[in-house]
Write a protein that binds this ligand. Structure first.
Ligand SMILES: [Zn+2]
Length: 310
């Protein structure tokens, strides 16, 4: 494997630093093949992708492959440093401004750089997202390539209507317009050890590389994989501690069952009980430890098993 690292500069910042994107290129020893691009941390508080790419790099030192990988472990360095979802310079959601603009907000300028030096130079894209420093999540998206999404090995695959174009400006929509196969993996997060999620993320990428014939061997198929078309997001109306009563991620939950409770850290009162809004649901996002949460934050995501496909 040949490895090079390029820093693609964007701007001089007020504090004297240079902003930009650090991109790795890994060229396999087995000859020609596709260029697989993988990026992480478009949302600065979703750090699991950076763990996955570091561990993937270490694993690939001893796994021969064909083609090349382009890795962008930290797409939003300012958000990453502050553990904040949005770019701290302009408080903009980077994943709503693709393909970006050279004369736009700072995030639009960063998105334009990313589009030009990264997205436009890959044949397949995997965009790694996760829960934040609070909730934990576990599913992958089907956009324009079901086989690619299935190769993630996620138990739960989510096929949004109209290829997910309801959210303009995401990485996926920018890539869809170029007809490049793309999936988004949502994996990990929370106040828990990320190592098991990083290890699973590496396995997902290795399996995707088998699917793309970059690595020899049979693609691992997951027998219990399901495709859902609707996810219900549950947000609390009260803030405080969140205590989960729901089953683990990937397990079923009946309609009306308790997802969790909001407890006042001040008076110890129970402020709110959140219930599963779906008649037959499956857990996708949850708080696995007692975390703090504000009204309106992501508390739970439940997949609707009505009309599920296998
Ligand atoms: Zn995200």
């Amino acid at each position: 494997m040949k490895h090079s690292v390029v820093f693609e500069p964007l701007s001089h910042m007020v504090d004297g630093s240079r902003s930009g994107l650090t991109i790795h290129e890994l060229i396999g020893s087995l000859g020609d093949g596709p260029t697989l691009g993988i990026c992480g941390v478009i949302h600065g508080d979703e750090v699991t992708g950076a763990h996955i790419l570091l561990d993937l790099f270490r694993v690939l030192k001893s796994v021969p492959f064909r083609g090349r990988l382009r890795l962008l472990p930290v797409a939003n360095p300012h958000g990453f440093a502050a553990v904040e979802r949005f770019t701290t310079i302009d408080r903009v959601n980077l994943n709503r401004v693709f393909p970006g603009a050279t004369t736009g907000t700072y995030s639009e300028q960063l998105a334009e750089l990313m589009t030009r030096v990264f997205f436009n130079k890959v044949d397949v894209l995997v965009d790694l997202h996760s829960g934040t420093d609070r909730p934990t999540v576990d599913y992958s998206y089907i956009f324009n390539d079901e086989g690619l999404a299935r190769a993630t090995g996620s138990k739960i695959l989510y096929r949004p209507a109209n290829e997910g174009r309801a959210y303009a400006g995401t990485s996926a929509v920018a890539i869809l317009d170029r007809k490049v196969p793309v999936t988004v993996i949502e994996l990990g997060g929370g106040v828990i050890d990320q190592a098991p999620y990083a290890a699973r993320g590496v396995e997902m990428i290795i399996n995707i590389m088998r699917h793309l014939k970059m690595i020899d061997g049979e693609v691992k198929r997951r027998a219990d994989q399901i495709i859902i078309k609707d996810i219900k997001l549950v947000r609390p109306t009260q803030g405080g501690f969140i205590e989960t009563a729901a089953p683990p991620l990937g397990e079923r939950i009946k309609g009306g069952d308790i997802l969790g409770r909001i407890i006042s850290p001040y008076t110890f009162e129970e402020l709110e009980v959140m219930k599963n809004p779906v008649a037959d649901g499956i857990m996708i996002l949850s708080h696995l430890t007692r975390n703090i949460i504000e009204p309106g934050d992501y508390a739970y995501m439940v997949g609707d098993l009505a009309g599920v496909e296998t």
